[in-house]
Design a protein around this ligand. Structure first.
Ligand SMILES: [Zn+2]
Length: 317
């Protein structure tokens, strides 16, 4: 689990809202802005649709409490929210003044956040791919045609089935891998939203016996702190079971720590400072197949695990 960090997160949320608003404002539609504001008013006093779309992770938690407290929920009132999420998947089309069409879709969210690896598991890539497949246009039509589809995923932190009013809320849409979104999470609730500030935690190392530097059974990964901080996320996303399958990478780090003395790292750094390496961490990354700095955890699988272990081993300052 790693946080989603972006310098312009608020701007991206604002752009998201503008696209939805622009589409809803065009009028003559069943689901216009008035529809959304009216639906919200029934459950949330003094709150607008705009506030729902832009609600921060903690504000979303508060809204969910209000929603849960309602005795009779008529989910039919919120069909428009789910319909708009469908539009978001395919893209809201808007015409500019010169009649040129622009599109805003879930693809824009994933791309502009510049996330390569799933924030829930920090293990699987979520790169966007456009591909072609044969689909039936309609049930009665047997003709098949090729269309472009994308394989990016947006998880609803609060599932849209139970909480339809959050179906298009920016901070409820988490770019994630298919395994985390569909296989593990589904409609389950987890505790930590990757857009929120996550309490600090590290993965650690427990040496079991003297074989630890050549045998994976000689050590364990210490998950104690991760389990405390991540709570449901830790269980639902099977962090221990999955990460234990990557002990070979931890073993490599242990071996690098033993076989690359500080003097060798210093020597490489001095020789290539300013050309290949900006700092000692760059040297370590070069020697250990890609340890990332904290701000770049979202770019490479298992970056937090390898970083934390390398730090414990004294490979990083
Ligand atoms: Zn994942």
């Amino acid at each position: 689990m790693i946080p989603i960090q972006h310098r312009d997160l608020e701007k991206l949320a604002q752009r998201h809202w503008e696209a939805i608003k622009n589409y809803a404002e065009k009028g003559t539609k069943k689901f216009d802005l008035k529809y959304f504001d009216d639906a919200i008013k029934k459950y949330f006093e003094g709150i607008t649709f705009e506030q729902i779309v832009l609600a921060s992770p903690s504000e979303i938690d508060d809204l969910v409490e209000i929603w849960n407290a309602h005795q009779c929920k008529d989910k039919e009132d919120f069909q428009g929210f789910l319909t708009y999420y469908g539009y978001l998947t395919n893209g809201f089309v808007r015409k500019k003044e010169n009649d040129e069409e622009t599109k805003y879709s879930s693809k824009d969210i994933v791309e502009s956040l510049n996330i390569s690896v799933c924030p829930y598991c920090n293990r699987n890539y979520i790169k966007l791919v456009e591909t072609e497949r044969k689909v039936k246009e309609e049930i009665e039509v047997t003709k098949e045609e090729k269309v472009k589809i994308r394989i990016d995923e947006l998880d609803h932190f609060y599932p849209k089935k139970k909480y339809p009013f959050l179906a298009v809320s920016f901070y409820n849409l988490i770019p994630s891998c298919k395994t985390c979104n569909q296989t593990f999470k589904g409609t389950k609730l987890v505790s930590v939203n990757p857009y929120s500030k996550i309490e600090e935690f590290s993965f650690g190392l427990k040496i079991e016996n003297s074989k630890f530097y050549y045998d994976k059974d000689g050590f364990c990964i210490d998950y104690e702190r991760a389990r405390e901080v991540l709570k449901e996320n830790y269980k639902v996303f099977h962090i221990k079971e999955l990460y234990d399958q990557h002990k070979d990478q931890v073993l490599e780090l242990i071996q690098k720590q033993i076989t690359y003395p500080d003097s060798y790292i210093d020597e490489l750094f001095k020789k290539y400072e300013g050309t290949f390496f900006r700092n000692k961490e760059d040297v370590i990354r070069h020697l250990s197949n890609g340890i990332m700095e904290e701000e770049n955890f979202h770019l490479r699988p298992l970056s937090k695990l390898t970083h934390d272990i390398a730090q414990e081993l004294g490979l990083l300052d």
